[in-house]
Write a protein that binds this ligand. Structure first.
Ligand code: ZN
Length: 198
């Protein structure tokens, strides 16, 4: 498994390329902008993009979705709750085309020999999702190193994000590595003992 972080877009949201090494099949997680930079990394790795996974629908995480969807002719996965907010034009949500595939809690998606488990974590947005692959957890704007996502945007809810993190993420093993939507990586163990919001 190869994970490549590409800070993209005006807020430098983390786009991640997740690649299954033997097959080179890859998922593009949260392409927030700078499609050219993402394409360059894909080509450098020799990756074969299979689909785009979105942790949520905010514009800084979806800015390059349609560019990459068009270039590679691949499906896009997003939780329905966030797709609805996108379609109703709510500010801070981005614009993406359709059709899109719905993500739901506990859904498992294959990537070559890897299995991606989808975990629904509402709070930052109503359709927030995290993705767990072996000991790697992609948390979008739900959990950061030393912080959590804002809940003051439309659809955000503080009690929900705390409940999501405590009941769905902190139950994972200490050594699970966390790849957040902004900033640096951390681990579940470190956040459990030192994150001031938890
Ligand atoms: Zn966000």
């Amino acid at each position: 498994m190869i994970i490549k972080r590409i800070p993209a877009g005006i807020y430098a949201a983390n786009c991640f390329l997740l690649m299954d090494d033997p097959t080179k099949n890859a998922a593009i997680i949260d392409p927030g902008g700078d499609g050219d930079d993402i394409i360059k990394e894909i080509e450098k790795l020799g990756a074969k993009p299979q689909y785009i996974l979105l942790t949520h629908g905010h514009f800084d995480h979806v800015g390059a979705v349609d560019e990459l969807r068009g270039k590679y002719n691949i499906p896009v996965y997003i939780n329905k709750n966030d797709e609805e907010l996108i379609n109703s034009g709510v500010e801070v949500f981005g614009k993406i085309g359709s059709p899109n595939n719905p993500l739901s809690d506990n859904m498992v998606i294959s990537l070559g020999e890897l299995k991606i488990r989808c975990i629904e974590t509402p709070g930052h947005t109503p359709g927030g999702m995290c993705f767990l692959i072996q000991d790697a957890l992609f948390t979008g704007d739900t959990l950061f190193a030393g912080s959590i996502g804002r809940t003051d945007f439309v659809g955000g809810d503080f009690n929900s994000i705390i409940k999501s993190i405590k009941s769905k993420l902190l139950v994972l093993k200490d050594d699970v590595k966390v790849y957040p939507g902004h900033g640096l990586t951390t681990t579940i163990g470190v956040e459990r003992v030192s994150n001031p919001f938890l």
